[in-house]
Write a protein that binds this ligand. Structure first.
Ligand code: LRH
Ligand code: MN
Length: 424
C-alpha cells in the first residue's frame, strides 16, 4: 500500500492555518529556528524489520491483521511510515528473520521507497530448525569451539548480506550468559567472546562499524556476558577503532543513569548507536517516550552537548534506531508515535541554552541549571517538528492521516487478517 502525495497535500492544506498559528507562536521565542528545522529534517531514525508485526510475550500473541508476510512487504510498510513523516528513511534487518533472497531486487525496492539499510543484526540467540550445534549454553562464549565457530561464521554471513544491501554496520547482541551461580566461568566466557568477536571484527570491511549491544538480563537471569556498558566498553576498546557500544534504553538495571553512560561513551568516542524504546520494569520494548519522557530528554541533552563538543554531525554521527515490539497496538501507529517522540525530544534538546547552562554549572548555580533544562523540556516542540515535516513533504499529523486513510483496514484487505510477520 502506498499513500499518494495528493492525499498528504490535501491533509496539510486542511491543517495549514492552525499549524501556522502554532508555528509562529513558538518561532517567536526561538532565535535559530531555521537551523533547528534543518537539523530535524536531516535526522532519520532506522525502523527495525522485526517490529512490523504484533509481537507478543511467552504468555500470548494477538496478531492485529495485515502484517507483512515477507521482506518486500516489510519494506513497503517502512516506506509508508517514511512517506507519512519523512523521518524513517532507513531499515535495520535481522538475519535470518529477513534474509534478502535477491539483494539487488530488495535494494532497488528500498530505494524506490527512499530507504537505506542501517545496521544489520545477527541472531545467535535462537537455534534454527535442525541445528545440531545448539546455542543453548551460549554462542560466542560457548565452551565448545565448534559452536563458537558456527556463531562467528553466521556473523560473517550477515556482514556479506549487508555489503550487498549497502549497509555499513553490524549490531551484535548476545543472549549469552548463565542462569545459575557456578554454571559459567566469567573470565573464560569473556575471553571466548572476545576471541570470537576479534574474528568477526577482522571480517569487517574498512568502512564498516561493529555495534556491541549490552543487556543486564533476559534470557539469562544470573549473568549476561555483555551485561552492561562497562563490559561492552571493555570489549570494544580491545577490538579496535571500528567497534562501538550500542545503548538499548531497555537494557539497564532499574534507576540506571543512562544519560551519564551516554555522556561518557560519547566523550570516549565509543558511542556507536541507540535502540530507542521505553520501559517501566524490564526490557519492555514499549513506545519511545511513553513511560519516562524526561529521561529521554536528558539523554538527548547529553547527546547534543556531547556531539557538539566533538563537532559530530547529529544526523549520521551515531546509529539512530528504534527497537520496540507491539503487543496491544497497531505496529505502524506505534512506530509513528515512537518516531514523533524522538523528534520532539531532539528538538527540545536543541533548545537548551548551552552557554547559560555552562555558566550556571561553573557558578554551581543549581537552580538556574535545572530551570534551563526544564524550560526546554516544558517547551511544546510539536509545531517545530510539524514544520520540518511540512518542509520535507510529509504529513503535518501522520497519525491522524494514517487513521483517516484507513491504512490498517487496507492492509488487512490486501494481506488478510491472520498474517504473522517474522520477528519478535
Ligand atoms: C535484545 C534486543 C536486540 C535484538 C532483539 C530483537 O533484547 O534488544 O537488539 O536483537 O532485541
Ligand atoms: Mn535492542
Amino acid at each position: 500500500m502506498q499513500i499518494e502525495k495528493i492525499k498528504i497535500e490535501e491533509h496539510n492544506h486542511s491543517l495549514q492555518k492552525d499549524h501556522q498559528r502554532r508555528f509562529d507562536f513558538i518561532a517567536a521565542d526561538v532565535n535559530n529556528v531555521e537551523a533547528i528545522i534543518e537539523k530535524l529534517i536531516a535526522f532519520q531514525v532506522a525502523i527495525p524489520s522485526w517490529a512490523l508485526g504484533t509481537g507478543g510475550t511467552r504468555f500470548g500473541r494477538f496478531p492485529g491483521g495485515g502484517e507483512p508476510r515477507n521482506l518486500e512487504e516489510k519494506i513497503e510498510d517502512i516506506g509508508l511510515l517514511h512517506a507519512f513523516n519523512q523521518s524513517s528513511g532507513a531499515i535495520s534487518l535481522h538475519i535470518p528473520w529477513d534474509i534478502p533472497e535477491n539483494a539487488t531486487h530488495i535494494k532497488a525496492l528500498a530505494a524506490q521507497h527512499g530507504l537505506k539499510f542501517d545496521a544489520m543484526n545477527s541472531n545467535t540467540f535462537q537455534d534454527q530448525p535442525g541445528q545440531q550445534l545448539s546455542y543453548k549454553y551460549g554462542s560466542l562464549q560457548n565452551v565448545n569451539k565448534a559452536i563458537r565457530q558456527k556463531a562467528i561464521e553466521h556473523n560473517i554471513e550477515v556482514i556479506k548480506y549487508g555489503i550487498e544491501l549497502g549497509s555499513e554496520s553490524l549490531t551484535v547482541w548476545l543472549s549469552d550468559g548463565s542462569c545459575f551461580p557456578g554454571q559459567l566461568n566469567f573470565r573464560t566466557a569473556f575471553q571466548n567472546t572476545l576471541q570470537s568477536l576479534e574474528e568477526i571484527y577482522a571480517a569487517l570491511p574498512a568502512n564498516w562499524k561493529m555495534f556491541l549491544e549490552y543487556k543486564a538480563f533476559e534470557p539469562n537471569f544470573y549473568s549476561t556476558t555483555v551485561g552492561d556498558w562497562g563490559q561492552s566498553f571493555t570489549y570494544v576498546n580491545k577490538l579496535g577503532p571500528k567497534a562501538f557500544t550500542l545503548v538499548d534504553l531497555g537494557h539497564h538495571l532499574p534507576n540506571a543513569n543512562i544519560e551519564q553512560i551516554v555522556s561518557l561513551l560519547l566523550m570516549e568516542g565509543k558511542l556507536g548507536g541507540f535502540h530507542f524504546n521505553d520501559s517501566k520494569y524490564g526490557d519492555d520494548d514499549l513506545t519511545v517516550g511513553s513511560i519516562k519522557p524526561y529521561q529521554l530528554f536528558l539523554i538527548f541533552n547529553e547527546l547534543v552537548e556531547g556531539m557538539d563538543a566533538k563537532g559530530m554531525n547529529h544526523a549520521n554521527g551515531i546509529g539512530w534506531m528504534i527497537d520496540a515490539s507491539h503487543n496491544v497496538k497497531d505496529p505502524l501507529e506505534d512506530l509513528l508515535q515512537s518516531v514523533e517522540a524522538i523528534m520532539l525530544t531532539y528538538a527540545q534538546a536543541l533548545l537548551v541554552d548551552r552557554t547559560k547552562l555552562q555558566a550556571a554549572q561553573n557558578n554551581n548555580d543549581v537552580v538556574t541549571a535545572q530551570e534551563l533544562l526544564q524550560q526546554a523540556f516544558r517547551t511544546d516542540t510539536r509545531a517545530l517538528v510539524a514544520e520540518a515535516r511540512l518542509k520535507a513533504g510529509a504529513a503535518l499529523n501522520p497519525l491522524a492521516l494514517y487513521r483517516i486513510e484507513k491504512v490498517r483496514e487496507a492492509l488487512i484487505k490486501q494481506r488478510g487478517a491472520k498474517t504473522v510477520a517474522t520477528g519478535l
